[in-house]
Design a binder for this molecule. Structure first.
Ligand code: DON
Length: 568
């Protein structure tokens, strides 16, 4: 019989178990290539302009990675509330020859980062400097990441893959309702910065859905990036304008911070779950570690034999335990030592499984307490498979809706507010209710921990490319996507499925309305779970590949008005 045991916060017990049998879930970067090539391509993204831009670049002879550059740069223009060249991204790439790599184009803290800037005069967290204006912005990683993709993985020059975004920025497009709503929601913050007003409040007014929208400054910045690669953004004219604008508004970036930015290639985390190979994000994301931990815990159960309430209960308990570790251990791997062998070990998961009762919730109050706030859904994920079987799974962000709301004058670049993803004040929750320890404390040049979990799932017969925005809920939404894929759902079924989330603290299950029928909700409540309805969820963009028939399938989240999944 299972019993509830207090879950130790110290790694010692697990570490000794892990040392006895050393198991590493880090794969070597080379994996077997699927035997087939699809012969055609598919892209799913949160905006139809971006999906079409990717398909345009494929038609010009580009591969999945060139298409990814086109999609990402177009999203920077048409969906700036979610991601952009003032932000960063994380990518899991699978090349048709089997090489797999994780590309970490996450933002970094500037050298002059000062934790005191994120405290008010009473020593309490200053949510304003963490979330608004230039102090909230990390050194962007996306432009460097796009240049890296072109140089190392693409077939076309960077300028060719950026061409659709530059054209759309210059000629204009019709603004969608979601961007109009995002600007309206952040109007008061946007009004604090003159260049942001000029860009997002033309004539001083919040724009409306359908309004024709042009972005000539960003077109020029993208053009310089295309012409000069890394140097076009991180040195010279654009870099000078970024540093000047940030300084004029009280920030502390230097030319050296920009010129010194580095993309990192890392080995992805690979976890085997029920015969499927899940390739996902390592630190500086917490997503893959948490996903692997949850899947390892769940692998000990025959979920298919359980009713929905008991199955869901076990998934929630696995989420709860993975998020506890997220808070305690994880940070930038270039700065902190993490017990990854322990966290990723099946033996560690087996130990955690022993602490789960089959029909009773474990109170999270055994461990540190925090309160969470509801995240918005303002990050973006897209998925690409090309005709040769190259695959890109990429999640991009400026963090909170419209990032810092700060546009650097003359560049069209909206800066992120990713500094809030650091544990700026230890054990005080960030905007997603996530706690952090010293492992995720800010330091010069350090990457702030992310939840982004771009993933690729390989089965004997099918491949799924899955990811989502959603702050801390990214991890659980991707988990549910992976489980749905393994259960045989198609792309539309995966993105359309209702979602739920538990992140250890606060001790509650966030539930999308309609996720559980009344009997299941009642059974979960009787087991001791507190259910709380929450919106919004999503927006997931999924591509699947049936290896037997070579059929590709692409679907964009139905919760999103402008998304498009398309097979070409
Ligand atoms: O990197 C992260 O984990 C966050 N900056 C992601 C933010 C996000 O997903 C916002 N909304 N959905």
């Amino acid at each position: 019989m299972n019993r509830v045991a207090p879950v130790s916060r110290t790694p010692a017990v697990w570490l000794s178990a892990a040392l006895l049998v050393f198991v590493s879930s880090f794969a070597c970067a080379d994996a077997p290539a699927p035997a087939a090539r699809p012969g055609h391509a598919a892209i799913a993204s949160a905006n139809f302009h971006a999906t079409e831009a990717g398909l345009e670049v494929l038609a010009k002879g580009g591969n999945a990675f060139d298409a990814a550059i086109a999609v990402a740069s177009t999203l920077s223009v048409v969906e700036p509330e979610s991601s952009g060249i003032g932000g960063g991204f994380m990518a899991v790439l699978h090349r048709a020859d089997g090489r797999e790599v994780f590309l970490d184009a996450r933002e970094t803290a500037p050298a002059a980062v000062d934790p005191k800037d994120y405290l008010d005069k009473n020593g309490e967290p200053n949510r304003d400097t963490a979330l608004n204006g230039p102090l909230s912005a990390g050194i962007p990683g996306e432009p460097a990441g796009l240049a890296w993709l072109a140089a190392h993985y693409g077939k076309l020059p960077l300028s060719a893959s950026l061409a659709p975004a530059i054209r759309i920025a210059r000629d204009g497009f019709e603004l969608d309702g979601r961007l109009a709503d995002a600007i309206a929601g952040r109007e008061q913050d946007i009004r604090r910065w003159p260049a942001s007003v000029a860009k997002y409040l033309p004539d001083g007014k919040v724009p409306t859905k359908g309004q024709h929208w042009r972005d000539p400054d960003q077109a020029r910045t993208l053009e310089l990036l295309g012409a000069h690669g890394f140097d076009g953004f991180y040195r010279g004219e654009v870099a000078g304008k970024l540093v000047d604008a940030v300084h004029a508004a009280g920030g502390n970036w230097t030319a050296k911070d920009l010129a010194g930015y580095q993309v990192k290639e890392r080995a992805p985390i690979v976890v085997d779950y029920r015969g499927y190979r899940v390739v996902t994000a390592p630190p500086s994301s917490s997503g893959g570690v948490a996903l692997a931990e949850i899947l390892n815990i769940l692998s000990g159960y025959d979920l298919g034999k359980l009713d929905e309430a008991h199955r869901t209960h076990l998934v929630i308990e696995a989420m709860r335990r993975a998020f506890r570790d997220h808070n305690d251990y994880l940070g930038d791997p270039d700065f902190v030592k993490m017990p990854l062998d322990m966290l990723l070990s099946p033996y560690y998961a087996a130990g955690l499984r022993q602490t789960i009762l089959p029909d009773k919730a474990t109170p999270s109050s055994m461990l540190p307490v925090s309160t969470g706030t509801d995240p918005g859904m303002h990050t973006t994920h897209f998925s690409v498979i090309d005709k040769d079987g190259n695959i890109a799974s990429i999640t991009l962000t400026v963090n909170y809706t419209m990032g810092s709301t700060f546009v650097a004058a003359g560049t069209g670049v909206l800066l992120n507010d990713e500094m809030d993803d650091f544990a700026l004040v230890p054990n005080k929750p960030n905007v997603y209710g996530l706690l952090g320890s010293v492992a995720n404390a800010p330091a010069p040049g350090k990457r702030m921990l992310s939840s982004m979990t771009p993933s690729i799932v390989f089965g004997a017969d099918r491949v799924g490319v899955i990811g989502s925005p959603g702050g801390s809920t990214i991890i659980t939404q991707v988990l549910e996507g992976v489980l749905a894929f393994i259960d045989g759902k198609d792309a539309a079924g995966i993105v359309g499925q209702k979602r739920y989330h538990h992140q250890y603290m606060p001790d509650r299950v966030d539930v999308e309305p309609g996720a559980f029928d009344p009997a299941t909700a009642d059974a979960l409540t009787r087991m001791g779970h507190t259910l709380k309805e929450r919106s919004p969820w999503g927006y997931m963009n999924v591509v699947t590949w049936d290896l037997k028939t070579n059929r590709l399938d692409a679907a964009s989240d139905p919760r999103r008005e402008s998304g498009l999944g398309k097979v070409q």
